[in-house]
Design a protein around this ligand. Structure first.
Ligand code: 5AD
Ligand code: FES
Length: 330
């Protein structure tokens, strides 16, 4: 689709039902009915950045900060593997404590479990990304957040849009399955820029795209901003499926925060991935990117059973594979 077609669909609510059905059909035809589960470990909430929307931003002194060190992290990883996860996702704030050597050690240990490994630890240099790849990491998640450069720079003090793009192209060129995505509903974000976001995912040839509504956090400068619209976020996701038919698209946790059936609705509107939290319950509430995060009091075992039952209730199955992008099986 071209930019005008994307804008027209995004702006026309009478197209919603058609779009969601079409995205569901394209998902079924290209990636099938299996849902891939990725076990998410939130291993440090320490972050040097100041993203205006994020509760983990460094100026927020109300967060109790934690860091999970290697041995404990490996216990959660092992537990997740025992629960049946074939992909683990290591996510953290931008925490310089985990330097390249420490990350490489963790990556090597986790790869011994015969799982696909995704990292989501922010902006790094080409050489750092290369070291992670050489150590065995398979995938990397780094949302562009918005392709509106002006808005990007307002939302991210002391950060550059060019560097964010550079990271994504470096990851692609190193052979990572590269995930990106955006927030929907940031203050002053336009439908035109959401259309550009989708065109950017296509241009990057992203392998995974995560889309979530913006949810204001009380300890951030955006505390009084309006929250993003669930249905608009769902539309951006569905249009991403139509334009990149064979990629992996998660039904995001933020969608479930705004709508009690958000993940199932997303799975029926183009998504084929869910990322349940496998971090020990004691840390979950502290990883408060936005308020109202689901499952903060639930153990990994509970989430696994819960999400399996939900997925089966809509006639879908859980994949037993690592779930690489179709056609790039490793
Ligand atoms: N609301 C919704 N999503 C958020 N993220 C960060 N802060 C918020 C918020 N307030 C998302 C960003 C980031 C991902 C890990 O969480 O898109 O990339
Ligand atoms: Fe965590 Fe439902 S997915 S309790």
């Amino acid at each position: 689709m071209n930019k005008q077609e994307l804008i027209d669909i995004l702006s026309d609510i009478t197209k919603n039902d058609w779009l969601f059905k079409e995205a569901d059909r394209v998902r079924h035809e290209n990636v099938g009915d299996e849902v891939h589960l990725r076990g998410l470990i939130e291993f440090s909430n320490i972050c040097k950045r100041q993203c205006k929307y994020c509760g983990l931003r460094s100026p927020n002194k109300d967060v109790e900060r934690y860091r999970i060190l290697k041995d404990e992290l490996l216990l959660y990883a092992k537990n997740a593997v025992n629960l049946g996860y074939k992909t683990l996702v290591l996510q953290s704030g931008e925490d310089d404590y985990y330097d390249t050597d420490k990350m490489v050690e963790i990556i090597r240990e986790i790869k011994k479990f015969d799982v696909a490994l995704t990292l989501s630890i922010g902006e790094k240099t080409y050489d750092e990304y290369k070291a992670f790849k050489d150590a065995g990491a398979d995938r990397y998640l780094l949302r562009i957040e918005t392709t509106d450069q002006n808005l990007y720079e307002k939302m991210h003090p002391n950060a550059s849009f060019e560097n964010r793009q550079r990271c994504l192209y470096d990851l692609k060129s190193l052979g990572f399955e590269t995930g990106s995505g955006c927030l929907v509903g940031l203050p002053n974000q336009t439908v035109e820029s959401l259309a550009d976001d989708i065109l950017f995912f296509k241009e990057l040839n992203a392998d995974m795209i995560g889309i979530g509504p913006f949810i204001p956090h009380a300890q951030t400068p955006l505390k009084d901003a309006q929250k993003g619209d669930f249905w608009l976020a769902l539309k951006v996701m569905a249009l991403t499926r139509l334009n990149l038919p064979d990629i992996n698209i998660p039904a995001t946790t933020a969608m479930e925060t705004l709508n009690p059936n958000g993940r199932l609705i997303a799975l029926q509107s183009g998504a084929n991935v869910v990322m349940p939290n496998v971090t020990s319950t004691e840390y979950r509430a502290k990883y408060e990117i936005y308020p109202g995060k689901i499952c903060i009091n639930d153990a990994p075992e509970k989430c696994r059973g819960c999400i399996e039952a939900k997925i089966k209730s809509i006639g879908r199955t859980i994949s037993k594979e690592k779930g690489f992008r179709t056609g790039s099986q490793k």
